[in-house]
Design a protein around this ligand. Structure first.
Ligand code: C8R
Length: 248
């Protein structure tokens, strides 16, 4: 029991790797390159799957670094046209709906974001297999797990590469619409380039009053991060879901 508990596949507190992880990556990659970007230069999906899995296979699942994902990002990162990028924090579904209606692009609309969205993965030191039983949980096990570090590395690359006016959809029904500990707060906002304009939308849940606004302390904190980087900032608050999705 002791040995099973302390060195077994079940020792982590997070969801295990998604069944058929490698097959799903390959299929999503084939679909993306054929359907979503027809005519774009064909991508080597087998190579991309290989680069993704070798980033974490047989490694300590708590010792992920951004460098582990550099080969994958260098191989498969795709840029988004100027004025098209949409960021989000605690508003995933709404931001995706907004982007879809307006022809804008979230990170999940790029190749690497679409490959990983909704999946879970980790390896096991000395094993060629994924751990399908459990993976480290950000809070209970370790922050430097391969799942979290992937989203941080990819989000950083995304933020560094956006241009023009970009948008962020924030949740106006929570106390701090801007959360400096979120990926948007600690990775994306601080990596926007000079000359970018960020337009923030604070959208609150239907039937509830807003809990944060453009003049509240959390948005002031976002503004100060952007000011230091000479990123221009526009903010609109007090929007219901319908107003936001319908507005121009
Ligand atoms: N981004 C980050 N995390 C993402 C993601 C993504 O595109 N896609 C998924 N599935 N995830 P949150 P946040 C997973 O607090 O931290 C980019 C990760 O497990 O609601 O501010 C995207 O460009 C991650 O921990 O948002 C967006 O702008 C949670 O979902 C921000 O970063 C996200 O939890 C969103 O990250």
């Amino acid at each position: 029991i002791y040995k099973w508990h302390h060195s077994g596949l079940n020792r982590w507190h997070g969801r295990g790797s998604t069944a058929d992880f490698q097959k799903i990556i390959q299929e999503r990659c084939d679909d993306y390159t054929q359907q979503i970007q027809p005519g774009a230069r064909s991508r080597n999906c087998q190579g991309i799957k290989q680069a993704f899995t070798s980033a974490f296979i047989s490694k300590d699942p708590c010792k992920a670094t951004k460098e582990d994902y550099k080969p994958l990002l260098d191989l498969a990162y795709t840029t988004v046209p100027c004025n098209k990028a949409v960021f989000w924090s605690k508003t995933k579904e709404l931001a995706h709906e907004y982007a879809k209606r307006r022809g804008l692009l979230t990170l999940e609309d790029t190749l690497l974001g679409s490959l990983a969205d909704g999946l879970s993965w980790c390896g096991e030191p000395g094993s060629p297999d994924l751990n399908y039983q459990s993976c480290p949980d950000w809070k209970k096990d370790c922050r430097t797990n391969y799942f979290s570090v992937f989203w941080e590395a990819l989000s950083e690359r995304f933020a560094e590469n956006v241009c023009g006016t970009v948008q962020v959809v924030l949740n106006g029904s929570i106390e701090n619409a801007f959360d400096k500990m979120s990926i948007f707060g600690r990775v994306e906002a601080p990596n926007l380039r000079q000359m970018v304009t960020l337009k923030a939308w604070l959208v609150h849940d239907p039937g509830k009053p807003p809990s944060d606004s453009c003049s509240g302390p959390s948005i002031k904190e976002l503004e100060s991060i952007l000011n230091q980087r000479s990123v221009r900032f526009i903010c609109r608050d007090n929007l219901s879901r319908d107003q936001f999705l319908g507005s121009y």
